[in-house]
Design a protein around this ligand. Structure first.
Ligand SMILES: *[C@@H]1O[C@H](CO)[C@@H](O)[C@H](O)[C@H]1NC(C)=O
Ligand SMILES: *[C@@H]1O[C@H](CO)[C@@H](O)[C@H](O)[C@H]1NC(C)=O
Ligand SMILES: *[C@@H]1O[C@H](CO)[C@@H](O)[C@H](O)[C@H]1NC(C)=O
Ligand SMILES: *[C@@H]1O[C@H](CO)[C@@H](O)[C@H](O)[C@H]1NC(C)=O
Ligand SMILES: *[C@@H]1O[C@H](CO)[C@@H](O)[C@H](O)[C@H]1NC(C)=O
Ligand SMILES: *[C@@H]1O[C@H](CO)[C@@H](O)[C@H](O)[C@H]1NC(C)=O
Ligand SMILES: *[C@@H]1O[C@H](CO)[C@@H](O)[C@H](O)[C@H]1NC(C)=O
Length: 923
């Protein structure tokens, strides 16, 4: 028996007397490791002293022959507490992963006692202090991942002594100093990832060129300066070179063309200058090339055209000359971004003919000529962004075949002719921005086909004819600008159906009366400059002198239509001056780079990467306050990023937006969408949330996917959302009122469990008097707003309960709260009158299985109690939770197994979670 082994036995036996059958290793894990950690989610509940060995415990694996523990993998267990080096006393331990927990101690030098480790993964924790330089004494370590912690100090120079290390990941820490040149000695290294650390400004060590096995070199956001060393040309196995977000200068070295295996080169956001090297055609495997945001000059080399590029991004440089016609030979090209350069000439007429082109953004250049007509030959085009060029000619009719076309921005060109009639068939269209061209003719017949259109901007053209009634059927439209045209006739009353955030019909030739909804002086500026529109509203008439002259550079208006109960009862209008002169993208990027992020959780990703992913083509939704992007980060994590524009921000600030975000950022609850971090600049705010793959309940229920939601799922969703709200109301100190509870704000994860999200207007109730809080403006969404809003601007938790009741009614009926079938009624009224007149079964959605009818009726009754007209009659959320749980408790739990529904005790577990574990974290 070796001495180590002997010591181990002596050590462990002191803990052994408590257990009878459990072996030494089990005793160690149970008595030492488990007990040193807080385990709020009971992830270690299978660790017990009744077993003989720990081999079947959660996270533990044993060698099949010796039955010794060889792997401890407690990733994502939500464990809190110190790192226990006692784990190193497991003699056969080769893999140790504690990734994504709340390990908050420093890492002691003792860790080198884990002699047999091959893999050490402590990523995504809260570990502080220096990285022990003894780590390199672990002789067989192959994978070391310490990314996403609070490590500080320098990378130990001793790391050069690693002999077998293949992967070194220190991304996203607070490491300083410079990258040690000794890293060039880790000859077997395949992956070197040091991105996102606060290194002092230094050069890329030329010694890294000695790492000839390297496949991944990820040094983004490392404060690197100087030029890219020629020695990197020796990395002939390198597949991925990422040096973005640094301060690299000089030109892109010629030697780069020797990287024969390279698949991806990311050099964006540096200060690289000069022309592109010649010989790029030698990079025959290159698929993705991004050199955006540098100071590169010269022309786009013809040589790029021979490659099988998928993605080419040259945006925000000073390239000039024309786009080589032979770019059309890249038959895999799906993404071409050239915006903000000085490129002239025309786009190749065959662009898109031979490749699955999906995204084309050449805005802010000097392009002229026609819009190519083959862009959609392969049916893939989603984004066509040609703004701020000198394109002329007409909009190609052929693009009307482009079923996937999502966003079209042709602003500020010389495009003439009409909107082709074929374009009304673009059913996926989200944005149509034709502002500032020379287009004429009528709005085509059939625009009711644009069911998903959220933004329609035809301003400053020569459009004429009447505004079609069909505009009222674009139910998701929230931005409408028809100003500066020759539209005539009356404003169709159907426009009152729209839920607009922005409306501008000024400077046309409209006449007649304003529809009653808009006959309010708050809307005046939306209609100025239409001499015939005086009608019943004389105040409109006054001179508009001057504003036309400055075109679209002045006074546009925003309207927040925010209230209504059956009938719209409240309208709040905000106007702001808006300069159409867009901020230079470079300036925005600079602001972003200089402003700090606010992080609320230990981030399992790199925030810098997020900024680069905020492409228009990643937008998954847009609403009044801004756009929501789905961002897939390089390591595969997905987050949702909400970008609030300045306008929205100003309004939100009235509610103390910043304080709220901070408070909400601290919440950790299973049924509340996690806000990872937020980011605040003058121009926009970014809120980074966990991504919920099944979208919102509203989308599922009303977007044609209601069939996915059988009754057990719906019941679970109701209960989950109730738990989330109950937490906000009763367990947060001070309480939080959501104020915009609706099915679109209840988000659904991959397992159809629900979380409450979107706290855009949430209110932390600092000193809630008995009457609630007086709001400076109405918040909420028509159909969900409690009736008391009509006569008071006071909200309290009862308003949330009402809205939640509406969500229950949605779940039961499958109907939208403002279903046009209801006429002047809303869902609440429709349900109660239909029950009175025809009976309860007439409101339950047909597709729900009849065997659940009894349960559904009970839930419906809870929904009706929540939507009681008098606030006092609505049960508090705590009680709603109990009522909902009671419905399921009436049934035998077994009935739900196999239906994706958790067993009964799950709910109880969760209820106690709320009361105890989350609130201390919150305070
Ligand atoms: C680490 O976490 C534990 C458990 O949550 C806590 O009790 C302890 O105070 C924390 N220690 C530090 C240094 O933050
Ligand atoms: C340890 O991790 C490596 C790399 O992930 C893996 O190949 C190996 O199977 C793991 N060993 C055990 C015992 O789990
Ligand atoms: C560390 O663990 C996390 C979580 O399981 C995983 O995503 C990551 O890839 C691991 N790191 C390495 C280098 O294997
Ligand atoms: C880790 O760093 C973050 C970001 O600076 C900070 O907010 C947090 O308090 C730090 N955590 C610990 C445990 O030091
Ligand atoms: C490593 O690289 C440096 C500079 O690039 C060079 O001077 C040195 O000879 C190299 N060492 C080995 C062992 O190749
Ligand atoms: C580039 O390719 C050409 C032709 O295949 C070849 O002659 C040349 O040596 C290559 N250059 C480099 C630096 O590999
Ligand atoms: C474009 O490619 C063709 C071969 O497909 C070639 O003959 C032609 O010379 C190329 N044009 C330029 C300007 O290099």
């Amino acid at each position: 028996m070796s001495q180590t082994r002997f010591l181990f036995l002596v050590f462990c036996s002191t803990y052994f007397h408590l257990t009878h059958s459990l072996n030494l290793e089990g005793g160690l894990l149970l008595q030492q490791v488990k007990h040193s950690l807080t385990d709020p989610s009971q992830s270690l509940s299978s660790w017990n002293d009744q077993d003989d060995t720990p081999c079947n415990w959660a996270g533990i694996k044993c060698d099949p022959s010796t039955r010794r523990v060889n792997s401890v993998d407690l990733s994502n267990f939500q464990l809190e507490g110190p790192f226990s080096t006692l784990l190193c006393r497991l003699p056969s331990l080769s893999n140790l992963s504690l990734s994504n927990n709340f390990i908050n101690s420093s890492l002691s030098v003792d860790i080198s006692r884990c002699r047999n480790l091959k893999l050490l993964n402590l990523s995504q924790n809260l570990i502080v202090g220096r990285i022990p330089d003894t780590l390199s004494r672990i002789p067989n370590l192959r994978i070391l991942d310490l990314s996403g912690n609070n490590f500080s100090g320098e990378i130990p120079a001793s790391f050069g002594e690693f002999r077998r290390l293949k992967t070194l990941n220190l991304v996203n820490n607070f490491l300083n100093g410079s990258i040690p040149i000794s890293l060039g000695n880790i000859s077997r290294l395949k992956e070197l990832r040091l991105a996102c650390n606060s290194f002092s400004p230094s050069q890329i060590p030329s010694q890294l060129g000695n790492l000839t096995s390297l496949e991944v070199l990820y040094l983004s956001g490392c404060n690197l300066k100087g030029s890219i060393p020629d020695s990197l040309s020796r990395l002939t196995r390198l597949q991925n070179l990422e040096l973005s977000y640094n301060k690299l200068t000089g030109s892109i070295p010629n030697s780069l063309i020797e990287l024969k295996s390279i698949l991806q080169i990311q050099l964006y956001q540096n200060s690289l200058s000069g022309e592109l090297p010649s010989g790029l055609s030698n990079l025959t495997k290159l698929l993705r090339f991004d050199i955006s945001k540098n100071e590169l000059i010269g022309t786009i080399p013809e040589e790029l055209c021979g490659l099988q590029l998928e993605s080419l991004k040259l945006s925000e440089n000073r390239f000039e000359g024309s786009l080589p016609t032979n770019i059309t030979r890249s038959t895999n090209l799906y993404e071409l971004k050239l915006f903000n350069n000085k490129i002239t000439g025309s786009l190749p007429s065959e662009l898109g003919k031979n490749s699955p082109l999906q995204i084309l953004d050449v805005s802010y250049n000097g392009f002229s000529g026609d819009i190519p007509s083959h862009l959609c030959e392969n049916g893939a085009l989603t984004d066509l962004i040609l703004s701020y060029n000198s394109f002329s000619g007409e909009i190609p009719e052929s693009l009307g075949k482009c079923q996937s076309l999502y966003r079209v921005r042709l602003t500020h060109n010389n495009i003439s002719g009409t909107i082709p009639w074929t374009w009304v068939k673009l059913v996926e269209l989200d944005t149509l921005d034709l502002n500032d061209n020379e287009l004429s003719g009528d709005i085509p017949v059939g625009i009711q086909g644009w069911k998903k259109l959220t933004e329609l901007n035809l301003a400053n053209n020569r459009f004429s004819g009447e505004i079609p009634d069909e505009i009222g059927s674009l139910l998701v439209l929230n931005y409408l600008d028809l100003s500066g045209n020759n539209f005539s006739g009356e404003i169709p009353p159907e426009m009152q159906n729209l839920k607009l955030n922005f409306l501008n019909l000024s400077n046309n030739r409209l006449s007649g009366d304003l529809p009653p909804l808009y006959a309010n002086r708050n809307y005046r500026n939306c209609f100025v400059g239409n001499p015939g529109l005086c009608g019943n509203f004389p105040d409109l008439c006054p001179r508009v002198g001057g504003s036309k002259k400055q075109g679209n550079f002045w006074i546009l208006l925003a309207i927040f239509v925010t209230a209504g109960i059956g009938l719209i009862v409240g309208i709040v209008l905000f106007c702001w001056k808006y300069r159409a002169v867009k901020k230079n993208k470079k300036e925005i990027a600079r602001e972003i780079a200089m402003s700090p992020w606010k992080e609320f959780h230990n981030l399992p990703f790199n925030v810098l990467e997020i900024m680069d992913c905020l492409d228009e083509n990643n937008v998954i939704g847009s609403g009044g306050s801004g756009e929501v992007y789905k961002v897939v980060l390089s390591k595969g994590e997905t987050v949702a990023v909400k970008k609030l524009y300045r306008g929205g921000g100003e309004i939100s600030d009235k509610y103390g937006f910043k304080a709220e975000v901070e408070t909400l950022g601290k919440i950790r609850h299973k049924n509340i969408v996690r806000l990872w971090c937020c980011y605040d600049t003058v121009d926009c705010k970014l809120l980074v949330y966990e991504y919920m793959p099944n979208g919102s309940l509203g989308d599922l229920l009303h977007g044609g996917k209601g069939g996915l939601l059988d009754w057990p799922k719906r019941y679970q969703i109701a209960l989950d959302a109730a738990l989330g709200l109950s937490y906000l109301h009763h367990d947060c100190v001070p309480p939080i009122f959501h104020r915009d509870v609706k099915s679109n704000n209840i988000l659904i994860d991959g397992e159809f469990r629900a979380r409450v999200g979107d706290f855009g207007v949430a209110k932390v109730v600092a000193v809630a008097g008995p009457g609630g809080v007086s709001m400076s403006a109405i918040a909420g969404t028509p159909g969900y707003i409690a009736p008391e809003y009509a006569y008071t601007l006071r909200v309290n938790e009862k308003s949330d309960i009402y809205s939640f009741g509406v969500v229950i009614l949605e779940l039961v009926t499958g109907r939208r709260p403002n279903d046009p079938d209801f006429g002047e009624k809303d869902l609440v009224k429709w349900v109660s009158t239909t029950i009175d007149q025809k009976g309860i079964d007439h409101v339950i959605e047909d597709t729900l299985e009849s065997k659940y009818k009894e349960e559904i009726r009970k839930i419906l009754k809870i929904g009706l109690r929540c939507t009681a007209a008098l606030p006092i009659n609505r049960p508090p959320m705590e009680e709603v939770v109990k009522l909902l749980q009671g419905v399921s408790a009436d049934k035998s739990p077994t009935e739900f197994t196999g239906m994706g529904r958790a067993p009964l005790n799950y709910y109880q577990g969760e209820a106690s979670d709320q009361a105890g574990k989350f609130s201390p974290d919150y305070q």
